[in-house]
Design a binder for this molecule. Structure first.
Ligand SMILES: [Zn+2]
Length: 340
């Protein structure tokens, strides 16, 4: 869980003219300083240690004027994010045993579920559980079947984190479709290394991609959030929002409608054993005050599905993603997005 730095060859760094002012951060990973320009985020559900990234530039979307420009109107049209799904499997037998005879249909279902998170609607109903981001992912006409033992077992025990990053970079470099956000789905490898699911943050790679070892739609939606420029609700690479709650656009995840999140080390959620309803939330000192607004339903938090039927994006997260797609597409994506 946390952030991981990822080195890319010199020629893949963000072009100098497009870099904005650097943000001061204090990187550490096991005491090791990180200076890499390229950054990706890594997530899983078990690791609790925090790793901090060095962010190469501040985003154009982080000014009041620009934020105001991207306010989402309820009548706004949905913007399509074209995605290319790569099923990474060791062989055809594995494909059949895990994805069944009709993997296309399974992937369609997965994409529908991911879009529940983006739409904020309960499936097959008109009832909203969260804001509509006005973003929808849309699959390419085909699905890439990537047969590779090496890539399929990318997260096996023998690989260190750095090796995983390097191999993932090779996988993406060799199979990236430039007109899409590429999503690589690997065999589920429970039990193995941490940081199993990750995405490259915008501007940190010429190859926008999400790598997931799970077919859980909310996890993939979370990773897409990163790929479109969102940080965790508890992020402190820009400084802790917990210490500066009034300056929520400068600290934490740089957004204000994702309330300060002290995380699982400091907060506890009590649920009804049978219904799963959240009964109470408490946070220990010095963060008691944040219990009331703990964003456990936010898709970019590490509070899991257990606490909420479906996690969702907030309006400001959605606006940030729209802005990133619009303003940074020359930097991040080759694909042309619908502007509305
Ligand atoms: Zn994450």
């Amino acid at each position: 869980m946390g952030f991981e730095s990822f080195s890319v060859p010199e020629e893949e760094k963000v072009p100098e003219k497009k870099k904005l002012s650097p943000l001061a951060v204090v990187p550490f990973i096991f005491g090791r300083n990180l200076l890499a320009l390229s950054v990706l985020t890594a997530c899983n559900s078990t690791e609790t240690e925090r790793e901090v990234i060095e962010v190469p530039f501040s985003y154009e979307c982080d000014t009041p004027d620009v934020r105001a420009e991207y306010k989402i109107h309820p009548e706004a049209e949905e913007q399509i994010v074209p995605v290319y799904i790569h099923l990474v499997v060791p062989n055809e037998e594995y494909l059949k045993s895990t994805w069944g005879e009709n993997y296309e249909r399974e992937v369609d279902d997965l994409v529908s579920k991911i879009n529940w998170t983006f739409s904020g609607y309960y499936p097959f109903s008109d009832t909203q559980f969260g804001p509509d981001s006005k973003l929808r992912i849309e699959q390419a006409e085909s699905i890439d079947l990537l047969y590779s033992e090496e890539f399929a077992y990318l997260f096996s025990e023998s690989e260190t984190k750095d090796q995983v990053r390097e191999i993932a970079g090779e996988m993406v470099a060799g199979n990236n479709m430039n007109d899409y956000l590429n999503i690589y789905i690997l065999p589920d490898q429970n039990s193995v290394t941490d940081s199993r699911d990750f995405a490259w943050l915008p501007g940190t790679s010429e190859r926008p991609a999400v790598v997931s070892s799970t077919t859980t739609s909310s996890t993939i939606a979370h990773e897409i959030g990163h790929a479109l420029g969102l940080f965790h609700t508890f992020e402190d690479v820009f400084g802790s929002e917990l210490e500066h709650p009034e300056q929520c656009y400068e600290y934490g995840d740089l957004l204000c409608d994702t309330y300060p999140d002290p995380g699982t080390d400091f907060c506890t959620i009590d649920q009804d054993y049978y219904s799963g309803d959240v009964l109470s939330v408490s946070c220990i000192a010095p963060y008691e005050e944040y219990a009331e607004t703990l964003p456990y339903e936010n898709i970019m938090s590490y509070w899991g599905e257990d606490y909420s039927g479906f996690r969702h994006f907030t309006p400001e997260q959605a606006e940030r993603m729209h802005c990133m797609l619009d303003r940074h597409d020359d930097l991040i994506y080759d694909f042309q997005v619908d502007e509305k």
